[in-house]
Design a protein. Structure first.
Length: 308
């Protein structure tokens, strides 16, 4: 072996070693970049989808033999508005209702908020009553706002049917149903001189006709058990705000709901309870309570009752 060969061999070996280290560094940098890109992509998707606050229109169809075959009544449920703002004259909500053009609009409480002015709630009601029959029950925030009596007077002046243990017959498109409703249970402390919750409940139950399809407005979904034995076909509720933080496929009813606590069972959608159907709205509120909604868009419920 010549001297030149002996002298050059260590240099070639060192070059190959450096090249190998360089490839390892480049591989790690590429892998690190991919990890960072994946994390950033996940955060972007999570932020875009998880924190969406645009209004979702959700549709449910209920078939019944208590309506003439082929007949149809369309109802819109709005809940837990909490005096939020949806643009000039609340048009982002009203426009969605206009697109449906229901036979009636049902307000299941907390149109007001305990901390915010009533202006937005009044605007929403005025826009709705100018177009459709509107039915309303008090939620707990109407009472907490201490402006419930004032708000009820505004509702009445605008032709809203305020329900306090009442049941009325409603006819549209050749079919007749019953619509009933009662105050939130907080009426017991808010209006001690007026009919208490249990009195309203008993009066409502005594008026339900088993030969007519009945829709009952009751603010809190966990109170559906109060209607056991009274015979309503469909109970509409809100209050739970969709459990606030939801995880699709894992926590569909969210993490927490007032009245139900951690891991609530009924915050979002249609449930079967003691032979009754319970439909729970996630509500319209976007900023009250001041806790962000995660994978839990505000909603408007469209209910189609179809006769068999």
């Amino acid at each position: 072996m010549c001297l030149d060969t002996v002298l050059k061999w260590p240099q070639a070996s060192s070059w190959r070693s450096n090249q190998g280290k360089l490839r390892q560094v480049n591989w790690w940098r590429t892998r690190k970049a991919r990890i960072i890109a994946s994390i950033l992509g996940f955060l972007v998707i999570f932020g875009v989808l998880g924190f969406r606050l645009d209004l979702e229109v959700r549709r449910f169809e209920i078939q019944t033999e208590l309506m003439p075959p082929g007949s149809q009544i369309t109802l819109v449920q709005l809940s837990d508005f909490h005096s939020n703002s949806y643009g000039l004259r609340q048009h982002r909500v009203v426009d969605q209702v206009v697109a449906v053009n229901p036979d009636a609009v049902l307000l299941t409480g907390d149109i007001l908020d305990r901390r915010l002015p009533i202006t937005n709630g009044v605007e929403l009601v005025e826009e709705l009553t100018a177009r459709w029959p509107v039915f309303f029950i008090n939620g707990n925030h109407e009472f907490l706002s201490r402006r419930d009596v004032e708000f009820e007077q505004i509702l009445t002046n605008n032709g809203v049917t305020v329900m306090r243990g009442d049941v009325v017959e409603f006819t549209a498109n050749g079919a007749t149903i019953q619509i009933g409703g009662l105050d939130d249970v907080d009426v017991n402390w808010a209006r001690p001189s007026q009919d208490r919750y249990v009195v309203q409940l008993q009066r409502l139950g005594s008026q339900l006709d088993p030969n007519l399809f009945s829709v009952v407005l009751s603010h809190r979904p966990e109170r559906v058990v109060d209607f056991k034995g009274l015979g309503p076909n469909l109970v509409l509720s809100g209050h739970a705000h969709g459990g606030q933080w939801a995880i699709p496929g894992i926590l569909p009813n969210g993490l927490f709901a007032p009245g139900q606590g951690l891991l609530p069972a009924m915050t979002n959608g249609l449930f079967e309870v003691d032979g009754m159907q319970l439909l729970v709205s996630r509500g319209l509120s976007r900023h009250s309570p001041p806790v962000p909604r995660i994978f839990n868009r505000p909603d408007m419920i469209v209910i189609t009752l179809r006769g068999l």
